[in-house]
Write a protein that binds this ligand. Sequence first.
Ligand code: ADP
Length: 153
Amino acid sequence: MERTLILIKPDAIARGLAGRILARFEEKGLKIAGMKMIQLDDAKLREHYSHLADKPFFPTICEFMSRTPVLALCLEGLEAVSVCRKLCGVTNARNAEPGTIRGDMAMSMQANLVHASDSVETAQAEVARFFGAGELFDYQPALLAYLYASDER
Ligand code: ADP
């Protein structure tokens, strides 16, 4: 099983879509291993978006991402990283496929509702960035036998 980091961004919080977005991940069958609300500061944003630090739009990302607290989720499942990326859709929400979270509920390149880790290595670093010891939970979802075949569990 893999773990991945999801952030439900300020546009989703402001638009009252957090619950619907969480439901999309739950319906898919991802297990919530951790969840908390957090106000992102400049230091955290610089670390999290270091790959974009030299882009001209970087200051606008920081302004946008700190407008409200975000909901950080650690989701667990088989191939959870790629499953969640697909469920979110491509970065520019206008191009995101219908059926994806961004494709169904957003119109913007920046205000695209969710962050999802882009690789297994990134996911490990990002989960550790947002969740400390004692904030992630190991429990057995009751319906696991109906989510996966016996040779997948
Ligand atoms: P993703 O979130 O799909 O992995 P990136 O890592 O490339 O995409 O970008 C991180 C976030 O920065 C995007 O989700 C989006 O909110 C914002 N962003 C990316 N590119 C732009 C851009 N050209 N203009 C404004 N904001 C952008």
